[in-house]
Design a protein around this ligand. Structure first.
Ligand SMILES: [Zn+2]
Ligand SMILES: [Zn+2]
Length: 161
């Protein structure tokens, strides 16, 4: 795992069991231990099992630049699930490979995630602008609130006098 965000994502997907995690050793019928990166091990006979994520990772390790269709055919993991893994940046397309992910905004080929670097920049700028607008709005609200408080204060003072 490269980041806590990825680890969190994996834990969530594992919980939902969308990667079809194996549970028991088919020989010993005991619970498997998780080795990380989609790999499971039987504590008794040391047999190794993989979930969908482990299989895709393995396939990509050996076949850099494989297309989603190719991985799906070879591993039996559905294309939508493979795309999801790539989008969540849990597996990455090798540099210079036949790219098989596209930017959701402009359709340019990307190696992982949802946006190309240009669209990510635009998205980040738009987010900043929204935050700035919210800040101005909050400040206006604050000034309005202050004005109201001052008026109330005035009234009170007048009343006191
Ligand atoms: Zn076993
Ligand atoms: Zn783009």
């Amino acid at each position: 795992m490269r980041s806590s965000k990825q680890a969190e994502m994996y834990a969530k997907n594992k919980f939902e069991n969308i990667y079809h995690a194996p549970e028991r050793c088919s020989k010993c019928d005991i619970m498997l231990e998780y080795n990380g990166l989609g790999e499971y091990k039987c504590p008794k006979c040391a047999a190794i099992y993989k979930d969908d994520f482990g299989r895709v990772r393995d396939y990509l390790d050996e076949h850099r630049g494989a297309t989603v269709t190719e991985i799906a055919t070879q591993t039996g993991v559905p294309e939508t699930l493979i795309t999801r893994m790539l989008r969540e940046e849990r597996v990455e397309v090798a540099e210079g490979s036949k790219t098989f992910l596209t930017c959701e905004a402009c359709g340019k080929p990307i190696r992982s995630g949802y946006y190309c670097s240009d669209c990510a920049k635009i998205a980040a700028a738009a987010k900043k602008k929204r935050e700035k607008e919210k800040e101005i709005f909050d400040r206006k609200d604050l000034i309005r609130g202050l004005g109201k408080a001052m008026k109330e204060d005035d009234g009170k003072r007048r009343f006191d006098r």
